[in-house]
Design a protein around this ligand. Structure first.
Ligand code: GLC
Length: 537
């Protein structure tokens, strides 16, 4: 194991992603909050996770639900107070759970005092260049850069007669990372949290923070290959340099982690995601690769995708494994149309916890929470509002956690900020806890096994069956211990030969009734079975 066999929390552990507005409401205003998270720490510790990552909880007008920050050193009253946060840190740490915050460096809220000052005048304004301002070009927008949320990325400011850039909403003006005074002020804000004892950050849209200085246009969308390669608004050399400085800042403190959200176009470009790991110890510790998320349910396609991700990881680097988050559909809704979703979710769980890399769980995935249908009048996500009825937005995967079958799924006693999925009566944590065969208990067992067996949390990965005929098998090896993982992606029984004669022991199977002793040269795998086989009897 790296670090002289020491268990490193961000590398060998499991990270749980909380969307705070939807986790647990402690004060009955219909919205989740920090004291609510504190109340649920025992639940999280029982699940066995090592760290929580909180989507943003800073002061915000909530136009993009916290991803538009107006003060990076304060907690938004919706979530509680700074004292609540300090208590969360303390309580989490005392249970050996680390706390990772979201850090949004690409943009601030339009209500951030820096932007207010920046837009106040064009000349003799020390903060004017903290954001990206340009004069009209021939009476028009400076170029044709597009906002990720639709429309132009430029907004005209009548009073100073210039445009400012916004990669997302117009209420999220982009910071100018070429400006060293802004950089220093921002790094001070980051350090503020490090000094308080936060264990790391998930850096939002970090591959977009620096844009082409010459404002070159992006290729048109239908120019697919150039679009893939040459975006003037992402993956600029400047972003890589800033990330190296960020790493230096994190390294001033012990045991901190920097995780990058690397969103590529088209999504899921493992090479680009891996490039932000630098040489493995000078850039981000972990980056997200979304390629598995954009895959059809198919063993071969999953295999290719995983292999491709690993091929790009630098020698000293470490992968992350992510199957869902707050911007995308719930994973269970993506595992193909039709039947067997629950069975597929179990196979996916085994994959998540047995691949090489740090697994991320998005809250509710441990019980297979589904997308929730949101009526138009209830849509909160600005992207959903903009694109309805073609796309109803991201709310469907952000609905309240389903704790039990009581009123509002035990999330709140008030009207919840987003509707609760109607299946909560059947599908909730309390119910699944009592059922040995539930997805929740599978998550719990797998997290336990992953922690216990070094091959699973730190070992090498060797593919054995490359997704042919719907089966993916691989081994994880560490010193003299080997664990073989076999995943059947199909509804048919499969006979496979792993070309090893030793008799081995089943460590775990999604089919609890399968017998314990097996022969590797003639192994029958049940429909949608995922199993872990140990080489030490
Ligand atoms: C990231 C976040 C997303 C947010 C956007 C703008 O992609 O994950 O939720 O809307 O950045 O900050």
């Amino acid at each position: 194991m790296s670090n002289n066999g020491k268990y490193m929390w961000w590398k060998h552990g499991v990270i749980y992603h909380i969307y705070p507005l939807s986790f647990y409401d402690s004060n009955d205003d219909g919205k989740g909050d920090i004291p609510g998270i504190i109340e649920k720490l025992d639940y999280l510790s029982g699940l066995g996770i090592d760290a929580i990552w909180l989507s943003p909880i800073y002061t915000s007008p909530m136009v993009d639900f916290g991803y538009d920050v107006s003060n990076y050193r304060e907690i938004d009253p919706v979530f509680g107070t700074i004292n609540d946060f300090l208590q969360l840190l303390h309580e989490a740490h005392s249970r050996n759970i680390r706390v990772i915050m979201d850090m949004i460096m690409n943009h601030t809220s339009h209500l951030h005092p820096w932007f207010q000052e920046s837009r106040s005048s064009r000349y003799y304004n020390p903060k004017r260049n903290w954001y990206i301002w340009h004069s009209p070009k021939n009476g028009r927008k400076p170029n044709r850069w597009k906002s990720a949320f639709g429309g132009s990325a430029w907004e005209y400011d009548k009073s100073t007669k210039q445009y400012y850039l916004h990669t997302f909403l117009k209420e999220q003006p982009d910071l100018n990372w070429w400006n060293t005074s802004m950089r220093k002020a921002f790094f001070d804000d980051i350090e503020f949290w490090l000094k308080l004892g936060v264990d790391g950050f998930r850096f939002d849209a970090i591959n977009m923070i620096v844009k082409d200085k010459k404002l070159r246009n992006n290729p048109l969308f239908f120019d697919y290959f150039n679009y893939k390669k040459k975006l003037a608004t992402r993956n600029q050399p400047g972003s890589y340099s800033i990330i190296k400085l960020l790493r230096k800042l994190l390294d001033k403190y012990e045991n901190k982690v920097g995780i990058g959200e690397i969103y590529s176009l088209p999504p899921g470009n493992s090479k680009i995601s891996a490039s932000y790991l630098g040489n493995g110890n000078d850039s981000l510790h972990l980056t997200f690769d979304f390629s598995l998320i954009f895959r059809w349910w198919n063993a071969r396609s999953y295999y290719k995708c995983i292999q491709n991700w690993y091929d790009h990881i630098p020698d000293k680097g470490w992968p992350s494994i992510v199957l869902s988050n707050h911007d995308l559909y719930r994973s269970i809704n993506r595992f193909g149309i039709g039947l067997h979703k629950k069975e597929k979710a179990k196979v996916a769980a085994v994959l998540l916890f047995t691949l090489r890399g740090t697994p991320f769980i998005y809250y509710g995935e441990e019980l297979g929470m589904k997308n929730t249908k949101i009526a138009r009048s209830c849509i909160k996500d600005p992207v959903g509002k903009r694109y309805w009825p073609f796309y109803s937005g991201r709310d469907k995967a952000r609905t309240p956690m389903q704790w039990n079958d009581q009123q509002n799924a035990g999330f709140t006693n008030a009207k919840p900020w987003l509707p609760i999925n109607k299946d909560f009566i059947e599908n909730n944590i309390e119910k699944q806890k009592d059922n040995n065969d539930s997805l929740f208990n599978i998550y719990k067992t797998l997290i336990y096994l992953r922690k216990k067996h070094k091959p699973l949390n730190a070992g090498d990965w060797k593919p054995l069956i490359y997704g042919i005929k719907g089966v993916l098998a691989y081994s994880r090896e560490f010193e003299n211990e080997t664990i073989i993982v076999v995943l059947n992606f199909t509804s048919a029984r499969k006979n496979i030969n792993l070309k090893m004669n030793e008799e081995m022991k089943i460590l775990f199977s999604t089919h609890p009734k399968r017998s314990n002793k097996i022969q590797l040269e003639n192994l029958q795998i049940l429909p949608f079975e995922a199993t872990l086989i140990e080489s030490r009897i």
